[in-house]
Design a protein around this ligand. Structure first.
Ligand code: SAH
Length: 280
């Protein structure tokens, strides 16, 4: 490490804390943001949050060239709303994994009518035994931020993909050498945030090839303006909720600052697994 450089990995929380966070916040996410727990894509400034979130899913699905009948692993599947969307709109078969017990329940409820096409498991994706070469798409939307061993996970994702299959990874991006980014990582229980370059390097090291790379900020930042407005309208409630909720609210302002100042970004990467294994 260079003199003065910060350790990049935070170690003040565990995987259990991450699962507990999503258990504890499930009602608040649903009520204040909706069951999609990810950024919206705001292209004309007129969209409401839900429409912008669906635009984000469509955008990533288009980039990953999702087609009918594909098998998708939705790694870090939240409340199962993306899985439902991919099943309904794209006729995909989806396996959703989450580390939150509460989310598995919600996901099953949200997908009750899609029995057979979508299933969910309570599992740590970093230890999950994916069947090799079994998925057309591995979909990581805003979940890899929570992983402790991202490089190892990316190798497992590559192994889980069929030859020619795609990794869709949408992630909060920033350098842990940056104080603002480290503070965001701490508040939102991310052991480590990576820059897009770090992801690209490790995706390639895992044997996949980057086919599309985008860095967004202005197109997604409204997500946090809407969240800040929700917080302003819920001051009285916030005051009586556990401290974790006030901490989360503080994090919203840090992310707004991050986007405003260019210290933080939203990265969408698509990578494909080679059709033929490289010659050793
Ligand atoms: N992709 C969803 C949810 C994003 S929130 C959406 O777009 O709405 C982050 C998700 O990652 C949560 O579902 C959380 O449970 C999951 N997650 C975090 N660490 C995980 C791990 N080690 N294994 C499985 N899921 C994990």
């Amino acid at each position: 490490m260079q003199a003065g450089a910060q350790p990049s990995r935070l170690d003040s929380f565990t995987r259990k804390d991450i699962g507990d966070h999503y258990d504890q916040f499930a009602w608040a996410y649903s009520r204040y943001w909706g069951d999609h727990i990810h950024h919206g894509l705001f292209l004309n400034g007129e969209e409401d949050a839900q429409r912008a979130q669906e635009m984000m899913v469509r955008h990533c699905a288009a980039r990953a060239e999702l087609r009918a009948g594909m098998r998708v692993a939705d790694v870090g599947c939240g409340h199962g709303i993306t899985a439902a969307f991919l099943a309904r709109e794209y006729s995909c078969h989806v396996l959703g994994l989450t580390i939150s017990r509460k989310q598995v329940k919600l996901a099953k409820k949200n997908c009750a009518s899609l029995d057979g096409q979508v299933r969910f498991e309570l599992a740590d994706a970093e230890a999950y035994a994916f069947a090799p070469s079994s998925f057309d798409v591995v979909w990581n939307m805003e979940s890899s931020e929570h992983f402790f061993e991202k490089a190892a996970y990316l190798r497992r994702a590559a192994d889980a993909l069929k030859p020619g299959g795609k990794l869709m990874l949408a992630a909060w991006a920033g350098s842990m050498q940056n104080e603002l980014v480290r503070n965001i990582a701490q508040i939102f229980l991310c052991p480590e945030l990576w820059t897009a370059d770090q992801y690209v390097r490790e995706i390639e090291a895992a044997g996949m090839k980057i086919v599309s790379r985008e860095q967004l900020a202005a197109e997604v930042a409204r997500t946090w303006e809407i969240s800040a407005e929700q917080v302003r309208n819920s001051r009285a409630l916030l005051a009586v909720l556990p401290a974790a909720f006030r901490q989360f609210a503080r994090g919203i302002d840090l992310i707004r600052e991050g986007y405003r100042t260019g210290q933080f970004a939203y990265s969408i990467l698509i990578a494909s697994k080679p059709v033929t294994a490289p010659v050793a």
